[in-house]
Ligand binder design. Structure first.
Ligand SMILES: *Cc1c(COP(=O)(O)O)cnc(C)c1O
Length: 637
């Protein structure tokens, strides 16, 4: 009997570590969701979600959105600020905004706006298309609409249209010439703008996005430019329009010290501007609130060494301390946390559609008259395995024989069959070495890779490029776990590969038992029993950044709402169909209808020529058309 347990599953997969209070391994070995941490009576079993998805006839892979998690995160951030503001006796208020670039899906933005209503939580846009969206979505006149990013004449006019509509649109100036443009257009239209300036900070965030800060940052004004901007506005009689100081030193700040330093620097700039007579109402600390993707609660690139409440406290107390020292009023606080709001609420569910076993194929290797000496050597090595004690030497010999054999094959001295036998024997030896070394304390470096080279690859029905772009682009670690069977010991070590024709389409970075590894233990696949794995924390950036590599399109989506009166505590509120093949072809400038009629014509010709009977011809025509209107992923029969 193994001593596998639910506690062990938690230790291996770290679900509660990265789960943010929303996910854990349930007693029955399935992932359980607590979408509203304040109400732990609502418990959703992921297996019931899968059952419902199947009942709805939705094909996998599927994006599952838990709208309650989104709402919980919005409330959590706002309450964290309220708590710290009260504790610190801070005189300003918190007026956060959600940066839509992190996930622009309409349903996501709508839910955030709705959940944020009691807190006057606003929206942030970074481009023209986002501004058009935000102007229509953010109808709360008390909340802020913040406009970052580079702007042209049209963007400025749209922002001023927002002012006409009674919205608090803040135009954050990213470079000096934008200010000239904004002043000119607002005078021309006679609409008073609300102006912010983004400061280039000397402090850099740490982690993958550290180049968002520092003097070579792409955005923001230098100290000199900020002073010149303020003076220019004064000359234009518009000093009172300058209301906000903004900075953003990078996303996924791993170290809380960077947050503290940035707040101190920002507070100093705010305070001195105030003393120069520019009385700003808001300080906007940007994004950067990190997510603990690997569950280590550390300064690892995929983690952060602080909690949401600690982050908030450092912003509030840091600002208060500096303002009190400088004798200036506490400004209202704005933050633009996107990742922290959305990461937890969605995940990608895919089924494993196959196992690529590594070197599991065997052939008969018994001795034959006249066989090559290299083959005999390798067999002898395999036969005497138990007798020798120097395992490292066995490894070296086996590797050398294999290399020699390959050369000999190319020189036409060794036959294809002999080479095959040598390969079989070599991998038999490696498997035994791996077993032997499993209990050893010291494993030589070359041999450490045996676990990886002997591991299986589980084939996942999805595309990394569509569903987890950052794991490919910037080695972002995202937690992966089986959704069921975690009460059984997972005995297959494997990495995960997707169905694109690209060798980069794989996941080989996991945190297992708090260590970063290249293989993950999974359960053996069973015939006739689908095996589902979840890729978690995909709600920030991943959901919307995917591309159509190999023409794999957007995923089907199900939107889950919790509902305490339901026996399963939830219901599927909506199914959003993913891209069909037609959809992706249209984007690539094809005309699927014309393609269908071309293929039909070819089929008709075969019928005409008597090579296909008419009924068969019709069937093939229908089949082609059905595939065109179907899903881009593999269909499980
Ligand atoms: C991307 C971005 C954000 C969001 O950052 P997160 O780390 O996701 O919270 C906020 N503000 C600006 C200016 C950004 O560019």
């Amino acid at each position: 009997m193994s001593d596998w347990s639910i506690e062990e599953a938690e230790r291996v997969y770290g679900v509660s570590q990265w789960g943010g209070g929303y996910f854990k391994v349930g007693e029955n070995g399935n992932v359980h969701i607590t979408p509203v941490p304040e109400d732990p009576s609502i418990q959703i079993d992921f297996n019931s979600v899968i059952d419902d998805i199947k009942k709805e006839g939705v094909q996998f892979p599927v994006v599952v959105r838990f709208h309650d998690i989104l709402r919980s995160q919005v409330a959590g951030l706002n309450k964290a600020f309220r708590t710290s503001i009260e504790e610190a006796d801070y005189k300003g208020q918190y007026q956060g905004v959600y940066p839509v670039k992190v996930n622009q899906m309409r349903e996501v933005v709508e839910e955030i706006v709705d959940a944020g209503k009691p807190f006057n939580y606003g929206l942030e846009a970074g481009s023209k298309a986002e501004l058009l969206t935000v102007l229509a979505m953010n109808t709360n006149e008390e909340s802020l609409t913040i406009l970052n990013g580079y702007k042209d004449d049209e963007v400025m006019r749209l922002a001023l249209l927002g002012r006409k509509l009674g919205r608090r649109v803040v135009v954050v100036v990213e470079k000096f010439t934008e200010l000239l443009l904004l002043v000119k257009i607002s005078k021309e239209l006679d609409i008073e703008p609300i102006i912010g300036v983004r400061s280039k900070m000397t402090v850099k965030g740490r982690g993958k996005w550290e180049s968002s800060g520092g003097e070579r940052a792409k955005f923001g004004l230098t100290i000199t430019e900020i002073i010149n901007a303020a003076r220019y506005l004064e000359e234009q009689g518009m000093a009172h329009c300058l209301k906000l100081l903004h900075f953003h030193i990078g996303s996924q700040l791993t170290d809380i010290r960077a947050v503290k330093e940035a707040v101190t620097e920002g507070a100093r700039i705010y305070a001195d501007l105030h003393k120069m007579g520019f009385e700003l109402d808001y300080v906007d600390v940007g994004g950067g609130l990190g997510i603990d993707y690997d569950g280590s609660n550390s300064t690892n690139e995929s983690s952060r060494n602080y909690s949401m409440q600690e982050y908030v406290a450092d912003v509030v107390y840091g600002m208060k301390e500096m303002c009190d020292l400088e004798g200036v009023p506490h400004p209202n606080l704005v933050s633009e946390s996107g990742r922290a709001i959305t990461a937890h609420h969605s995940c990608v569910i895919t089924e494993i559609v196959g196992e690529i076993k590594s070197n599991a194929s065997q052939m008969d290797t018994s001795a034959k008259e006249g066989e090559h000496i290299f083959l005999r050597n390798m067999r002898e090595l395999a036969d005497t395995f138990g007798e020798q004690t120097n395992m490292h030497e066995i490894y070296n010999d086996a590797s050398q024989y294999k290399e020699q054999a390959l050369d000999a094959f190319k020189l036409r001295v060794l036959s294809l069959e002999e080479l095959g036998k040598i390969e079989t024997l070599y991998w038999q030896i490696m498997a035994r070495l791996q077993k032997w070394y499993r209990n050893e304390e010291y494993v030589p470096e070359e041999l450490q890779e045996l676990d990886y080279s002997l591991s299986s690859q589980y084939l996942c029905n999805f595309s990394i490029f569509q569903s987890a772009a950052d794991t490919w682009a910037i080695d972002q670690l995202l937690p992966v776990v089986p959704l069921t069977r975690m009460n059984e010991e997972p005995t297959v070590n494997c990495s995960l590969v997707d169905i694109t024709c690209d060798s980069d389409g794989k996941i080989d970075q996991f945190t297992i038992g708090r260590e970063i590894t290249d293989i993950i233990p999974m359960h053996p696949l069973k015939k006739d029993q689908p095996y589902y794995v979840g890729l978690f924390l995909t709600g920030a950036y991943q959901d919307v950044m995917g591309d159509m590599h190999n023409l794999f399109g957007r995923l089907n989506e199900v939107h889950i709402y919790s509902y305490d009166d339901d026996p399963e505590d939830f219901y599927i509120e909506e199914v959003v169909k993913g891209s069909s093949v037609e959809d992706v072809l249209n984007i690539m400038q094809y005309n699927p209808r014309a393609m269908a009629s071309d293929v039909k014509r070819l089929i008709d010709k075969q019928v005409w020529d008597g090579k296909l009977n008419p009924r068969e011809g019709v069937r093939w025509t229908d089949f082609y058309e059905n595939c065109l209107s179907g899903y881009t992923y593999l269909k499980q029969s």
